[in-house]
Design a protein around this ligand. Sequence first.
Ligand SMILES: [Zn+2]
Ligand SMILES: [Zn+2]
Ligand SMILES: [Zn+2]
Length: 173
Amino acid sequence: MGYEVRAILTWVSASGQGGGGMEDDSDTLERSAYAASRVSPQRAVIARAVNGMTRAFSIEDLIGEVRLELPGIGAATVYRAVSAMEATGFVESLGMREGSAIYARCRSDGHHHHLVCTVCGAVTDTRCPITLHAHPAPAGFRVTGHTLVLYGQCAACRREASAEGPALEAEGA
Ligand SMILES: [Zn+2]
Ligand SMILES: [Zn+2]
Ligand SMILES: [Zn+2]
């Protein structure tokens, strides 16, 4: 079983998302997450839950976390909060997992992409492999941005799988 990467490449005409420097202070956090909207106490709890996510998560995962603190919160409230956070770049969309949209809280600045482990959900930043001078856009189309998510199995999950199953080929660091 070789390392398999499935790439989704979407050429979009939207402007790229610039990452602003964010301090890990919850007041700054909430203001930056909802700069354009009023921050309700519920949304502050949701922002903190998102900030605590160390792996890719679905909205269902997030609802589970938020309900530890706010048992009565409605799913629609969490969905709306995530939409607002995505619009501000506080969370990034990482495509789909088993029919659910998945997200990550990314703290890196500047243009980059993500490798997502489909087994454990670990998210790793990676440099942009795309050169805009060698893209497949038709003549006359001006590319102004793109999204790219790489899926596969992380080294730890591959080691675990190889301990259970047939040995994998050795791989250099
Ligand atoms: Zn990132
Ligand atoms: Zn993994
Ligand atoms: Zn890129």
